[in-house]
Design a protein around this ligand. Structure first.
Ligand code: KIV
Length: 266
């Protein structure tokens, strides 16, 4: 399999839609790779969808490292982006370098993703890129900072917020990001930002005209039902499928129908 690079990802802009999907473990990573997902994101959304926290804030570098490594084992040839968890890059540039380096050096990530476009974040991007670490930006709804600031809501609905997001996208491009995730903005703004920057803009709830789309694995396969945003399309009802299988197992053991003859050693 041809290994995807940042150069090739950038060349996809305007030519073909980029498909990004989160994966959190060996199994979901194998599925993503087998299905030809272009970029696998080990998102900090796993704090909620896999670990059962109420937000993405509690997940740690140690926890993320376990999942990034598992995803690499499941998708040996994939381009894997590791999400930098809350407070793994906010305190200082040195802290950001150390933690991003850990994902690349020890967990097998191809790149890292960080949220926001403050002066500090732009300096972090600049230094990581200088150190040879590829960085994906993330603006719009940025769950790590939105939760207590103004909640999970659509961003860029008014002119000044839209203008600010446009400026942030350009600043992230100038700082050296190879792509940007744009989350939860009105469709026309998603289109305008995608047109205005030279790097791929990968939308989640940012409309149909971005350079690519990203969704969360658990949303696509229907294994997380605590919140289902409008931008999600569920392709199957995983929870029902799993529940049905486990119910059947429980019933069959109780009725003596499992193990069957084919399951025993003669
Ligand atoms: O953590 C995550 O899954 C993400 C996506 C929503 C882009 O950041």
């Amino acid at each position: 399999m041809d290994v995807l690079t940042v150069k090739k990802i950038k060349e996809m802009k305007g030519r073909q839609p980029i498909v990004m999907l989160t994966a959190y473990d060996y199994i979901s990573a194998r599925i993503c790779q087998a299905c030809g997902v272009d970029i696998i994101l080990v998102g900090d959304s796993l704090a909620m969808t896999l670990l059962g926290y109420d937000s993405t804030l509690p997940v740690t570098m140690d926890e993320m490292g376990i999942f990034v490594s598992a995803v690499r084992r499941g998708a040996k040839d994939a381009f894997i982006v590791a999400d930098m968890p809350f407070m793994s890059y906010q305190a200082s540039i040195e802290q950001a370098l150390k933690n991003a380096g850990r994902f690349i050096k020890f967990c097998g990530a191809s790149a890292v993703k960080i949220e926001g476009a403050s002066d500090h974040t732009l300096s972090v991007v600049d230094r990581l890129v200088d150190a040879g670490i590829q960085v994906m930006g993330h603006i719009g709804l940025t769950p790590q900072s939105s939760i207590f600031k103004d909640g999970y809501k659509v961003k860029g609905r008014d002119f000044s917020e839209a203008r600010e997001l446009m400026a942030q996208a350009k600043a992230l491009e100038d700082a050296g990001c190879f792509a940007i995730v744009l989350e939860c903005v009105p469709e026309p703004l998603g289109a305008d930002i995608s047109d205005a920057v030279g790097i791929p803009v990968i939308g989640i709830g940012a409309g149909r005209f971005c350079d690519g789309q990203v969704l969360v694995f658990s949303d696509v396969v229907g294994t997380y039902d605590r919140v289902i945003p409008r931008f999600v399309r569920r392709y199957c009802d995983g929870l029902s499928l799993f529940r049905q299988a486990v119910e059947e197992y429980v019933t069959q053991v109780r009725k003596g129908e499992f193990p069957g003859e084919e399951n025993v050693y003669k």
